[in-house]
Design a protein around this ligand. Structure first.
Ligand code: C2E
Ligand code: CA
Ligand code: CA
Length: 672
């Protein structure tokens, strides 16, 4: 296994991602619920505390008064016990004006002074202060104070009425029982809890004060609650919103997308993850301004989000890319919907011909063996979106508004492209690229006249790979320029070593990709490489593919001129394959014209095809060019081309591309 890197290597795992996931979860789970619960809890706690406090204060006041009343009545009961046979004492008690009754053990009244206004509440109710327990009865006439579950209750409404009556002292009557005669009898006397108006007002003010403080605390908590809810909403909005379009951002898309896809109710639905790319964004910003570009992105977002239906989502993913999650019934219906969206996007700015492209990844419902839809429990919208983006990436080189659906072939292509990309550098360093030579023969004499150098990749990981599988990838990623230099260097070295060994070498053509034409000194680079190997220039021919002639004509003419001035022959490869290059022939003085293999295939191989071929040969001759026919496999074709004075044939009829040892034997043979 060669050195290289694998994306599964832990050092390539994004360590921040896990932390971010946790953060997203936290933001998602922060809700107003906690704050509201806290608010309610604190409010109730405060109320309870206020009530308890008010209760304590009231109880303290009542207890103080109660002790006073009890002491007073105790004195009366003692007097009664001492003097109930003594008229003087009884006269004194009567004249004292205190109302009381004495009952025997059966509850029968045996003695009474004043009026008996004990309330008719049945049974005794115990009132306890901190040290003793007493039996008390409410006064049926006043009812300000009444026993209540072992405590004294206060009727505040009556109390308030008394205050309004503007009396200085409020007297609260209560009946209190004291055991006398060793517990055989009870003296139940009327005691008066008297409050000055000032005390009552103080108590009421205190209660109101506590109430107000409680209310203020409620308000403070409430304001705090509202503020924290508002702040939370703001943070969430910022977290999930996109600053350019004010719409949703990628984080939101991932969170919501995953939720939607994993929801039980979505299991029978088919979803499409769509990557929408606005290709001209950078140019648009260059011609206008960044802020106009961003305004344009914002418009795109508006159009896209207007297309979103219930259960679907849309977000601004990166610079000029938008992400959609759509539902669909059939691929056809989805295709037409997406085409409509593309149309709307194009109509946005009629002055420019903007290019929008879409990559689509279809997510059909997952079913069990009985066809029952299953929940997409572990689906990751990021992975699914990546597939959609991989589909749109294949449109990169196209300038048309297009939609590309993701499929397993594309995944394979992508994987292959990645593994080629991963290994290209080390392959070059380890000389895994091998030069194969395909001889070119004179059709009349079958004498070797030249050869074309064609690359093969002998990779320990990928096996023996033909150029069709990696050249297009190198052309895309730019590595082709390095490979072409490598090939020229190897061919020049081979030629030089064969020359030195006494072989009569023939010119070998090397392919130079169109990607090189952005370099002004291409001709000099080639010259230097060949010179380094000390190979004569006339043994190296440069093949330029026909399609390259349309890139930058001026640069091309320049480079061809310089290459020729250094003594290299230059050929036009693949003549006739798709592009019309008659015009290029007019402008550029080339040495060799290579007829594309297509001339000898299928429908071209008929009589009309022959006319075209013979005319092309004539044209080349008239322009002083040598002509090579590529891809010739049949004897009849060879005979025909010989008749037409074609200079060379490069095709399987004579030889396939071969390793250099085999090619060398052909040079030797041709010499014999
Ligand atoms: P090309 O330059 O047009 O090369 C000719 C291709 O046609 C070669 O395929 C050759 O094997 C094939 N061929 C020749 N005669 C026949 C025939 O009679 N029948 C059939 N069916 N095929 C024939 P190969 O070697 O697979 O190369 C494919 C393409 O890869 C080349 O097309 C060229 O565009 C590119 N390529 C190969 N080596 C290099 C290189 O070193 N640099 C660059 N830039 N491109 C290269
Ligand atoms: Ca070629
Ligand atoms: Ca060719």
């Amino acid at each position: 296994m060669k050195a290289g890197f694998k994306m599964s290597d832990p050092k390539f795992k994004n360590i921040h991602k896990k932390e971010n996931e946790k953060l997203y979860k936290k933001v998602k789970h922060i809700s107003s619920f906690g704050s509201i619960t806290m608010y309610l809890f604190l409010s109730i706690l405060f109320c309870v505390m206020a009530v308890i406090l008010a209760g304590f204060i009231l109880e303290y006041i009542i207890e103080t008064k109660f002790t006073e009343a009890y002491t007073d009545l105790k004195y009366v009961s003692e007097l009664y016990e001492l003097g109930n046979t003594d008229n003087t004492v009884m006269d004194y008690l009567r004249s004292d004006g205190r109302d009381f009754i004495v009952t025997d053990s059966s509850g029968k009244v045996v003695y009474q002074i004043g009026e008996n206004t004990i309330s008719d509440i049945s049974g005794d109710i115990i009132f306890s202060n901190s040290t003793e327990t007493y039996t008390v009865y409410a006064d049926s006439e006043s009812g300000y104070l009444y026993p209540n579950n072992g405590h004294l209750g206060v009727d505040f409404m009556r109390l308030r009425d008394s205050l309004e009556m503007d009396v200085e002292n409020i007297e609260l009557p209560l009946w209190l029982s004291i055991d006398i005669n060793g517990g055989d009898r009870k003296l139940v006397g009327k005691t008066l809890f008297s409050f000055s108006k000032r005390d009552a007002i103080l108590a009421i003010e205190l209660t109101i004060g506590i109430g107000v403080i409680t209310l203020i605390m409620f308000l403070i908590f409430f304001i705090y609650l509202i503020r924290s809810i508002v702040n939370y909403k703001r943070v969430v909005k910022l977290f999930y919103s996109d600053p350019v379009t004010s719409g949703h951002n990628w984080v939101w898309y991932v969170r919501n997308g995953n939720e939607r896809l994993r929801k039980a109710s979505s299991k029978a639905s088919a979803f499409a993850v769509v990557d929408v790319v606005f290709k001209n964004y950078r140019n648009y910003c260059l011609c206008h301004s960044i802020s106009e570009g961003e305004a344009f992105l914002s418009k795109i977002y508006t159009i896209l989000s207007a297309e979103i239906k219930r259960g679907e989502i849309c977000a601004h993913s990166t610079t000029a890319v938008f992400a959609l999650l759509l539902r669909y019934d059939s691929e056809e219906q989805l295709r037409s919907r997406l085409n409509d969206i593309l149309q709307k996007l194009r109509n946005m700015d009629k002055e420019h011909n903007h290019v929008f492209q879409m990559g689509v990844n279809l997510l059909e419902p997952v079913t069990d063996e009985n066809g029952k839809p299953l929940k997409r429990k572990k689906i990751s919208i990021e992975n699914e979106y990546n597939n959609a983006a991989a589909a749109s990436a294949t449109l990169e080189s196209s300038d048309a508004c297009e939609i590309r659906f993701f499929d397993s072939n594309l995944l394979e292509e992508q994987r292959w492209s990645d593994s080629v990309h991963e290994r290209q550098m080390s392959a070059l360093d380890n000389e895994e690229f091998v030069v194969y030579y395909q001889p070119k023969y004179d059709p009349k004499t079958s004498i070797l006249r030249g050869a074309e150098a064609l690359v093969r990749w002998d990779s320990p990981d990928l096996g023996f790979v033909s150029p069709g599988r990696f050249i297009p990838i190198f052309e895309k990623n730019g590595f082709i320029t390095r490979l072409d230099h490598y090939m020229i260097a190897h061919v020049a070295r081979d030629q030089k070593s064969w020359l030195d060994a006494g072989y009569k070498c023939v010119p070998v053509s090397v392919n130079v990709s169109r990607a090189h034409f952005s370099e002004n000194d291409l001709a000099e680079q080639i010259r230097d490489i060949v010179d380094k190997a000390e190979c004569p220039h006339d043994l190296i021919e440069i093949e330029l593919t026909e399609s390259a002639f349309f890139d930058d004509k001026h640069a091309m003419i320049e480079t061809i001129g310089r290459l020729k001035s250094y003594g290299f022959a230059v050929s036009m490869d693949d003549f006739g394959a798709g592009y019309s290059s008659l015009n290029s022939l007019k402008d550029m003085s080339l040495d060799v014209l290579k007829l594309d293999a297509d001339f000898f295939r299928g429908e071209n191989a008929d009589e009309r095809g022959q006319i075209v071929i013979s005319e092309a040969i004539r044209l080349a001759k008239n322009l002083n060019m040598r002509i090579v026919a590529e891809g010739v496999e049949e004897k009849e074709q060879v005979d025909f081309l010989a008749d037409q004075d074609c200079d060379m044939i490069q095709g399987y009829y004579f030889a396939k591309p071969m390793p250099k040892s085999e090619y060398l034997s052909r040079i030797a043979v041709s010499e014999a």
